[in-house]
Design a protein around this ligand. Sequence first.
Ligand code: ATP
Length: 238
Amino acid sequence: MALLSVEDVDLGYGELTVVHGLTFEVNAGEVVALLGPNGAGKTTTMNGISGVLKPKRGRIVLDGKNLAGRAAHHVVAEGFRHVPEGRRVFGTLSVKENLRLGAYSLRKKPSLIAERVKEVYDLFPVLGERREQLAGTLSGGEQQMLAVGRALVTRPRVLALDEPSLGLSPRMQHEILGVASDLASQGTAVLLVEQNVREALRIADRAYVIELGRVVLTGTGKELAADKRIEATYLGGG
Ligand code: ATP
């Protein structure tokens, strides 16, 4: 059984449905990419899983428990962490304070928080070097690392990354996606929304292409990277 399965889910805003009968799964240790043009419904899907948006229909099952419609804090407690698009770090707090805030659900155990924060410094040494620096003064890439680090302090079972490489240099994009890939090798399930389709397919075990709120194509990262339709639409071929 998959760690996370999204089963026949409809999502939308008010009367409007923008995601229709969406079904996909993510296993522990896998990177699964959701691809598709702007407006396809990728962010809406992430918000539907994380509890920001209540599904109109369907089930979202994490490790056997249906989370559809549960509050966001409950979904976090079950092990799903979502790093939204746009690197929302607390700019006037230090790197260390941002990471400690990420660990709020562990707040009664200071030694555990210190241990988890150290794990993030091991993963992103630059954050360790800059632990006292205000987050707002970090570079874009460092802020993205901090946003990911803040999610990791609770050791999520599923880490959802929404456009983590947006606005970063190619070197930073490579580094962030490399960390996502390493986390999956260590057993985390990684759900990735990426506009950089080439890089996403390089690290994705599997991917789903979504158009107008429906899955139109699925396959392994390798299969999709070699698919003529993907090449023509997303990789600049023709
Ligand atoms: P992008 O990469 O541009 O963020 P996306 O695939 O993540 O695209 P969504 O942001 O999920 O797409 O948007 C899916 C559809 O839902 C779009 O048609 C969008 O206009 C609509 N939509 C998104 N947010 C809202 C909202 N708060 N109210 C009404 N419609 C919305």
